[in-house]
Design a protein around this ligand. Structure first.
Ligand SMILES: C[S@@+](CC[C@H](N)C(=O)[O-])C[C@H]1O[C@@H](n2cnc3c(N)ncnc32)[C@H](O)[C@@H]1O
Length: 374
């Protein structure tokens, strides 16, 4: 395996990466690495090519044309990514998705780190959003089942006791809205909160409001772990930012640009089945959007980890489910091409993705909370 990695790295320095079409070109390979490829001349081989830190699975065909001193000249044909047709998005199997998501929450500190942020940082952030108001307007975009929303609400109630709160939720999933309503019904102290659910996507909401010429202002808008699902991130941020009142804030929580997710997606995103339009987006991408838009913001890093030790135990059911979640692929262990699986398993252990503690492997699940000014 070590020899193979060296071989691919040598290729990476020499092969221009083309994903859109077959390419023909002449590339000089140092004799040392060329020798290892001579047996492949004229053959088609499936290789993992690493170029500019991206891994591309391609069919590589090379023919030795001539030797020039210490170098050999090759004609190489790079084909489009050859994604194994059996790989499917995890979201295509809802029950497996729910099961792997449950395991992700059980094995990670995802919610704990958000709750810590809400406990320690949020009170300051919302300290003046309702000043002088008889009612506070909150908009939750992709509110899910409301677990985090209700925690946020409790902080607002603590800051503005007794003040009426108008809380609206944009959520396209019927099932999530049902869970949300159940949760509200079981929670006490919500007498001063009026809930409204809009069963639609953020884009549908925007279109509906524009059609009605309704430009209601909000005191707090939040988008927690939802921007992966929108078509146009910049336009979505621009629209919801335009709805902020003078002292309002827009909160985005998303995986951090320093997380193992970002490393994994940047490297393997093109080889994994996409389940959403923007799927592989992190706070690094959001920062670029905000800088381009010239928006003022503050960024908080929320350290979080996920115990992925079981992923390295062959045949371990929980490990397989977590691997599905990590790669967003249904039954990744069974359906991924062996070389892709091996490469991902190897990278998952590296410091760019994970750390080791007490014999366990912890994946870097850091999140970022970005607070945007009006
Ligand atoms: C990962 S969940 C996060 C839920 C909640 N914010 C939380 O942190 O607990 C993402 C939610 O976004 C919703 N969603 C998906 N696409 C959306 C869209 N285009 N607009 C608004 N919400 C969307 C999903 O139905 C899901 O409930």
């Amino acid at each position: 395996m070590a020899t193979k990695s060296r071989k691919y790295r040598a290729l990476s320095e020499l092969l221009p990466f083309q994903s859109s079409s077959d390419r023909k070109g002449c590339f000089a390979l140092p004799r040392s690495s060329a020798t290892t490829h001579r047996s492949r001349c004229g053959e088609e081989k499936c290789l993992l090519l690493q170029y500019r830190n991206k891994v591309q699975e391609s069919v590589f065909r090379a023919e030795v044309k001539k030797t020039e001193g210490e170098k050999l000249c090759f004609f190489a044909f790079l084909r489009k990514p050859n994604m194994a047709s059996s790989m499917r998005s995890l979201i295509s199997n809802h029950s497996r998705y729910v099961e792997s998501f449950r395991l992700f929450l059980e094995n990670s500190t995802e919610h704990e780190c958000m709750l810590e942020f809400i406990e320690k940082k949020l009170p300051d952030i919302i300290s003046s959003i309702g000043n002088g108001k008889s009612a506070i307007n909150i908009l939750s975009v992709g509110g899910g089942a409301g677990e985090i929303d209700l925690q946020i609400l409790s902080k607002l109630q603590a800051r503005y006791p007794g003040v009426a709160i108008n809380h609206e939720v944009i959520e396209p999933s019927d099932e999530q809205i049902c869970h949300y309503k159940d949760r509200v019904a079981k929670t006490s102290n919500l007498e001063n909160v009026k809930f409204t659910w809009h069963k639609e996507t953020s884009h549908e909401y925007e279109r509906r409001m524009n059609a009605k010429q309704e430009f209601k202002k909000w005191d707090f808008v939040h988008m927690i772990q939802m921007l992966y699902y929108v078509q146009d991130i910049a336009a979505t941020i621009r629209y919801f930012h335009s709805l902020l009142d003078a002292k309002a804030k827009l909160l985005i929580i998303i995986v951090s640009g320093s997380s193992g997710w970002d490393t994994l997606w940047k490297k393997y995103g093109s080889l994994l089945p996409l389940n959403a339009p923007s799927c592989y987006v992190s706070s690094a991408d959001i920062k670029k959007v905000l800088d381009t838009e010239g928006l003022k913001y503050q960024l908080f890093e929320l350290p979080s980890s996920m115990d992925i030790t079981n992923c390295f135990i062959e045949g371990n059911k929980d490990g397989e489910l977590l691997l599905d979640f990590l790669t967003e692929t249904y039954e990744f262990s069974k359906t991924a091409p062996l070389h892709l699986k091996n490469a991902i398993m190897e990278d998952l252990k590296k410091p760019e993705c994970s750390g080791e503690r007490d014999g366990k492997v912890f994946f870097n699940n850091n999140l970022s909370a970005i607070v945007i000014e009006p």
